[in-house]
Structure formats: structure tokens, C-alpha cells
Design a binder for this molecule. Structure first.
Ligand code: CAA
Length: 261
């Protein structure tokens, strides 16, 4: 099971084949301290390994997805503290997971909150969502991947604008810029994200993981090499029973019954 045992800062549950992780530090707008991120990474890693779960939704509260890394936890740290701990390194483990991750963002997604959303594979925003990288106003810069993932998501001009001025963008601007794939009314957010994750979880899990790996490769490599990797991943789908079933079902004009869901 994926019960809440051992979790102080998040809630963990399953909805059918979807794993749901809810950040739960309302008093500090879900500021991401070390124990919260450790719990989040552990819960998502457990879902990744569970054949009964095909996709994960990560969400926050109506007011805040997450207002950033925990400033109070970092404020008095020295360079050596940060360097010795390799602060934020462990959180990057989230991006090593193969299971598709859906961020459902309502309210503030600032600093590490925006960066957490960008570590996910789909970002669905409520119309109330606000994205920003305000680190510059704290005398630092993004440290959980923002300078890289934001730039790749929205391009240099808007990334520089947000990271150098700290300007926040709303859900509509995030949609236009390609930071999110859907904007929905705030009260629809969780249902929309659970439905999207549920749709993914209906497919073959190993094949969804191959597809995620292929798209993720676009962030790491040039097109020629990336297309070659895609082709190899495509070939490897033919090692699954689900490819046989999916194509047979199409030919026989019926719904596929994926085995490795
Ligand atoms: N870390 C720690 N505590 C935080 C926090 C954060 N990132 N964001 C909010 N809080 C706390 C506040 O200190 C406050 O606590 P107290 O009641 O004890 O004072 C509580 O949450 C509520 O916040 P506010 O009273 O400020 O709420 P508001 O509605 O007036 O403002 C806000 C909301 C605009 C989001 C504001 O809280 C804010 O600016 N937060 C900080 C945003 C930020 O700078 N994030 C970047 C953090 S650095 C980072 O993320 C580095 C990285 O790259 C990973």
C-alpha cells in the first residue's frame, strides 16, 4: 500500500491506477523543505515500482502548488553547508523516474515550486496558477533546474525575463509560452489531472515509459541522435505483449486489453 504512514508533509493515496501525492504544509504555502522533498521522492519512487500504478499526479492546495524551496531552512546556510550536502541533488531523483508525472498546479508555483512542476511530464494549470522564479530577489538564482528547464520550455527571452526580474506569469501566459499543456477552471483542476493521468494509466505502462523516455531525450540531445534513440525505443516496444495486443485489437476492431497496465 501507499498509505500516509511516515509522511508528515504530504498525503499519499491511489485513485484507481493513479497515484496521488498532495503537498501538505498549508501554513507555509507548501514551501519545499528537505523532509518534504525526501517524502515526495520516496512516494513517487514507490509508485514508479508498483505495477498497479500507471501515472502519478502531484498537486498542492488551492492557494499554492508550492511557494518555493523553504527559505527559512536555507537562510543561514553557508557555502560549505550547501556544497557538502550537494543541496537539491537528491530532488533531481524525481526526474530519473520512468512513470509519467502530472503536475496539477493551482495558485503559486514559485521558485522550487515552478521547478518541481517542470520536473513533471505534463503540467496542468488552474486559471488561478502563477508561475515565477523569484530567487533573484532573495539574492540567489534558481537551483532546482529552473535556468535549464524553463529556458527549454519557454525559450531564452521569457526565461531571462522571469529569472532576471522575478516577474510572475499567469496561467494564460504559461499556456501561450508552452510551460503548461492545459488551463482549466480551478474547481476542475484535480479532476482534469486525475483524468489525464487515468488515461495514461490505461495504456501499457512499459510502453508509456518508453514514450516518456523518448520525449525526455529531446531535452538532452540533438535531433539526429534523438530520432535514432526514438527508433531504438520504438523497436523495443515490439518486445512487449502489449504491442501485439494493441495492434491485434486495432486490426480486429476491438478495444485493447493491455496486460502490463
Ligand atoms: N519558504 C519558507 N516559508 C515560506 C515560503 C518559502 N518559500 N513561502 C511562503 N512562506 C511562509 C511565509 O513565511 C509565511 O509564514 P509565516 O506565517 O510564519 O510568516 C507563510 O508561508 C504565508 O506566506 P505569506 O504570509 O507571505 O503569504 P502571502 O499570501 O502574503 O504571499 C507569496 C504569498 C507571494 C507566495 C509569498 O509567501 C512569497 O513571496 N513567498 C516566497 C516565494 C519565493 O521567494 N520562492 C522562492 C524560494 S527560493 C527557491 O525556491 C530556490 C530554488 O531554486 C529551489
Amino acid at each position: 500500500g501507499h498509505e500516509n504512514i511516515g509522511h508528515e508533509n504530504i498525503r499519499v493515496e491511489t485513485r484507481g491506477r493513479v497515484g496521488l501525492i498532495t503537498l501538505n504544509r498549508p501554513k507555509v504555502l507548501n514551501a519545499l523543505n528537505k523532509s518534504t522533498m525526501d517524502e515526495l521522492v520516496a512516494a513517487a519512487t514507490a509508485f514508479d515500482a508498483d505495477p498497479g500504478v500507471g501515472a502519478v499526479v502531484i498537486t498542492g492546495s488551492a492557494k499554492a502548488f508550492a511557494a518555493g524551496a523553504d527559505i527559512k531552512e536555507m537562510a543561514s546556510q553557508s557555502y560549505m553547508d550547501m556544497y557538502a550536502a550537494d543541496w537539491f541533488r537528491h530532488w533531481e531523483d524525481l526526474t530519473r523516474l520512468r512513470i509519467p508525472l502530472v503536475a496539477a498546479v493551482s495558485g503559486y508555483a514559485l521558485g522550487g515550486g515552478c521547478e518541481l512542476a517542470m520536473m513533471c511530464d505534463l503540467v496542468i494549470a488552474a486559471d488561478s496558477a502563477r508561475f515565477g522564479q523569484p530567487e533573484i530577489s532573495l539574492g540567489v538564482l534558481p537551483g532546482m533546474g529552473g535556468t535549464q528547464r524553463l529556458t527549454r520550455a519557454v525559450g531564452k527571452a521569457l526565461a531571462m525575463d522571469m529569472i532576471l526580474t522575478g516577474r510572475q506569469i499567469d496561467a494564460e501566459e504559461a499556456l501561450r509560452a508552452g510551460l503548461v499543456s492545459r488551463v482549466v477552471a480551478a474547481e476542475r483542476l484535480l479532476d482534469e489531472a486525475l483524468e489525464a493521468a487515468g488515461t495514461i494509466a490505461e495504456k501499457s505502462k512499459p510502453v508509456a515509459m518508453l514514450a516518456k523516455e523518448a520525449v525526455s531525450t529531446a531535452f538532452e540531445t540533438g535531433v539526429t541522435h534523438g530520432v535514432q534513440i526514438e527508433r531504438r525505443l520504438f523497436h523495443s516496444a515490439f518486445a512487449t505483449e502489449d504491442q501485439k495486443e494493441g495492434m491485434a485489437a486495432f486490426v480486429e476492431k476491438r478495444k485493447p486489453e493491455f496486460r502490463h497496465r
